[in-house]
Design a protein around this ligand. Structure first.
Ligand SMILES: [Fe+2]
Ligand SMILES: [Fe+2]
Length: 298
């Protein structure tokens, strides 16, 4: 990955949730409901499988669909261990996971896989570190391995896409800024939830071993988000060096660029059924069969 686990992992300094405390379990249940929705959006793999630009991408997406849907069951398993029930996600999550669904392959691999699943990874690492339950820890670690591969694939495909379509950088940057605004909204909702758990805000911030580190954790997530878009080649300098006016200019252009990309994705992209004879897998495999003796596996 462009950002390693070591870089992504925020150090909670041994702090853990208290699973005997019902308000801690409720808060975790709420967080898991956001992930549950995210995992169900794995059905989008079907949409992109139909539009996959290569046989290798199609193979990856077919496997990813199976993995994301198995993650749905894993999240439900964690919820049942915590005694929590599945429920609706917050609308900011719907917006990030469904409302921002890309129009082109480039948007999909950058926004949903490299950046979106990169954010998921940051929170999964945090949960693996702070939930003191062996079974939950194992489920999270298994799931993390799948998500790390999804992010790696998204990063490699984004770099390849930007090499072929450098003009798409502005659209990806505006989408990334929108994601950042949505993240800020989710953090505010989470902070309100903490108060809703019948605790005074100061008390939570001062005394809860994990939640008192929420501001620093959020800053770390934003830092890794920024690093990822820089390393992907979408942003050429730290966000702190982009003025408010420049950010506004980038965001104003977003609806137009997004519409253009949707148009491009709909009418410009050829399906594999039209291109497969030029696909590297077809060419390589056809040569291999010609040169090697026939075996049962082939
Ligand atoms: Fe997943
Ligand atoms: Fe994933």
């Amino acid at each position: 990955m462009l950002i390693t686990r070591k870089e992504l992992d925020f150090d909670f300094k041994g702090a853990r949730f208290n699973l005997d405390d019902s308000s801690d379990r409720e808060l975790l249940g709420w967080v898991l409901n956001q992930f549950l929705y995210g995992e169900v959006t794995g059905i989008q793999c079907g949409y992109w499988l139909y539009r996959a630009p290569s046989i290798n991408a199609a193979i990856f997406l077919a496997r990813q669909a199976e993995e994301e849907l198995s993650h749905v069951k894993r999240i439900l398993r964690i919820q049942s261990i915590l005694g929590q029930k599945p429920a609706e996600p917050h609308r900011a999550i719907r917006f990030m996971a469904t409302g921002m669904m890309g129009g082109t392959w480039g948007e999909h691999v950058a926004m949903e896989m490299a950046i979106g699943e990169g954010l998921v990874l940051s929170v999964f690492y945090a949960l693996a570190q702070t939930i003191p339950d062996e079974k939950i820890g194992k489920i999270l670690e298994f799931t993390l391995l799948d998500e790390e591969r999804h992010v790696e694939f998204g990063e490699a495909e984004t770099k390849a896409w930007l090499k072929r379509h450098p003009e798409d950088k502005s659209l990806l940057l505006s989408s990334a800024l929108l994601q950042l605004l949505a993240m800020k909204r989710i953090k505010e909702v989470l902070m309100r939830k903490m108060q809703g758990a019948k605790r005074e805000e100061w008390e939570v911030r001062e005394h809860h071993p994990v939640l008192s580190q929420m501001d620093d954790f959020y800053d770390h997530v934003v830092w890794s988000f920024e690093q990822r878009i820089i390393r992907l080649g979408i942003l050429d300098r730290p966000l702190s060096e982009v003025s408010f006016f420049q950010k506004a200019q980038i965001l104003i252009k977003h609806p137009f660029l997004s519409l253009k990309a949707k148009w491009k994705g709909k009418f410009d992209q050829k399906l594999l059924t039209e291109t497969y004879l030029q696909d590297e897998v077809v060419i390589r495999e056809s040569q291999r069969v010609a040169l090697e003796p026939v075996s049962r596996e082939a």
